[in-house]
Design a protein around this ligand. Sequence first.
Ligand SMILES: [Ca+2]
Ligand SMILES: [Ca+2]
Ligand SMILES: [Ca+2]
Length: 133
Amino acid sequence: MIGKRVSGCLWFVVALFLTTCDTTTGPSEGITVYEHPNYGGSARTFDGSFNDLDVVTGPCRGFFDAPDRPGNWENCISSIRIPAGWEATLYEHDDYEGDGLIVTSDISDLDDVMGCGGDWDNCASSLQVRPPR
Ligand SMILES: [Ca+2]
Ligand SMILES: [Ca+2]
Ligand SMILES: [Ca+2]
């Protein structure tokens, strides 16, 4: 009896924790991309599309980028979080060209997703974002 009550209590705490997390992340702000797998490193939330991620200041630097330029998000994204109802499409190249990947739920490691000439890790160069309808 006591054991059951304790585990019920634990579930309540877990549920409360999850609810609190949802509130702090703001589930309808947009999709969030991460520099590293498992939602690690720098993060940025997008509520609209970008046809060229190298104009978006971020943590990555391309081979041909001038050293005095700030880092950016081109060929950088390694994981992505999608709130319920949102949808994103990653594109291999600028201007929504090349291979495309429609994402409707979280992906913890784009290294596991085939496409983009190999896998999708550090590959997206443009990004379309669609809010819930
Ligand atoms: Ca570019
Ligand atoms: Ca990365
Ligand atoms: Ca690319």
